[in-house]
Design a protein around this ligand. Sequence first.
Ligand code: ARG
Length: 572
Amino acid sequence: MINIKEEIAKRIAEQASDLTQEQIEQIIEIPQDQKMGDYAFPCFRLAKVYHKAPPLIAKDIAEKLSGDSMFEKVEQVNAYVNMFLDKQQVAGIALESALDRENFGKSNVGEGKTIVIDFSSPNIAKPFHIGHIRTTVIGNSIYKIFDSLGYNVVRTNHLGDYGTQFGKMICAYRHWGNDEDIERDPIKTLLAYYTKFHVEAEKDPELNEEARKTFYNLEHGGEDEIRIWKWFSDLSLREFNRVYDMMGIEFDAYDGESMYSDMMPGIIQELKDKGLLQESQGANVVDLDEYKLPPALITKSDGTSLYCTRDLATAEYRKEHYDFYKNIYVVASQQSLYFKQLFKVLELMGYEWAKDCVHVPFGMVALEEGTLSTRKGRVVFLEDVLKKAVEKTKEIIMEKNPDADAASIDEVAKEVGIGAVMFNELSNSRIKDYVFKWDQVLNFDGETGPYVQYTHARCASVLRKAGEDAVAKAQTGNVDTSFLTGDAAYTLIKLLYQYPEVVQDAADKYEPSIVTRHIIDIAQAYNKFYHDEHILVDDEAEKLAKVALTIAAKNAIANGLDLLGVKAPDRM
Ligand code: ARG
């Protein structure tokens, strides 16, 4: 497909040969105000090269570009070259690519490159709560975005299935556990034990010592500890998978922290050999003072390994197994400092690929009553949120459409309810903190997932009414684009041809919300077009052009929603 920005950059590069086409592409802007053109090129950077005032350079370039059939007009305003594209030509280009649903917005820039993405990664025997939704949904979307750009993406779930908390959990189970309760409702029961452990340990500090020993045994082959731990793990995974299924999320590997336990002695030895390990109050650390970072903790005084040690092993393992181009961690911003330490240690170990490790942080979710706290039992289960959203959607559908058949209501309610929750997660830039509010998650008005899905269903309905014949003809793209130059249609067309750029931008910034915002814009533009103009008019040529635009909008919304992991139903 033709990338318009690239085409423009090519033309400017011919005029201003001192910048490369790529540099120019980075400078080209999309003006906020449509009156300033579809694209603008600021000439400030050329002033130095040409020893000329930017407006004079802009004037020169504008004049030279003016004759090009790609543009309706090119103007110089101050230091800017403002370019107005030829609407019909652009409509043709946009339709040609957007009508090809299969390939629209996709590319193969990533061919031959492997990306490992570590996301979700919940902790075993702990609730899969609303705090995990972000890494899960953002990670899944980043996977989909890179996948659509041709990368080979490995989704890995670095389950937190190791560490001292298992000592506590096993202790608690031994003191107060009941197998039947656990089998019936594993995570809530284990959570109750874990909470109780902390309450009791305040009164009786001996318990902490017992927990420490229990974890030591677990790490050193204690049979009973391993048996209980495995049982907890299996039960937890069963629950996690239920939630992943609801959201349609899959992983290629469930390589939890425990998988790397065998590699611990090797890592510790390696750090020693490389002269990086230091003793500090009985523990082993890598000192990072020189880099203004706190020391990285490698082993505790009793020799047990830590989160960081396991992550060092994990990174080495991933490089060996996948030879990654990028190794991405979608983990809360609370761990930003930790990842700086981790990557720094890898660098000091001499791994040049440390630079390919990327932490993609996101902001915190809090509850109205305060921060989430597993220990204090202040949690909202993700599964409950998803279920509630589905129920509420079902109510709304039944209210609006009492005659719909039950099976299809259930299906749509699932797609819309769960889609709404996921879409909501991906609406704001990921780094923002937010407070979880039931009514916000269950609000389906305004710029929400259901609104975008509804627009998709509206396009589908227009196409059903247009009939198969008209749709087949429009699908060829052989339509008269002079019918698509009205304001509403043109706004939509612009959004369509920008869509591939938007996907690439979202990938560069690891920011799915860029896609979310764009498909909201597309939905709004289509709805405006739908209200402002008659689509299924008598004039055959006009009708086909507008049907083609409807197919294109539908494809863009469907592909965009797919990148978010959200379904696009044809009927709602
Ligand atoms: N289980 C960790 C947590 O819940 C997240 C793990 C992220 N991945 C990693 N390789 N450290 O905080």
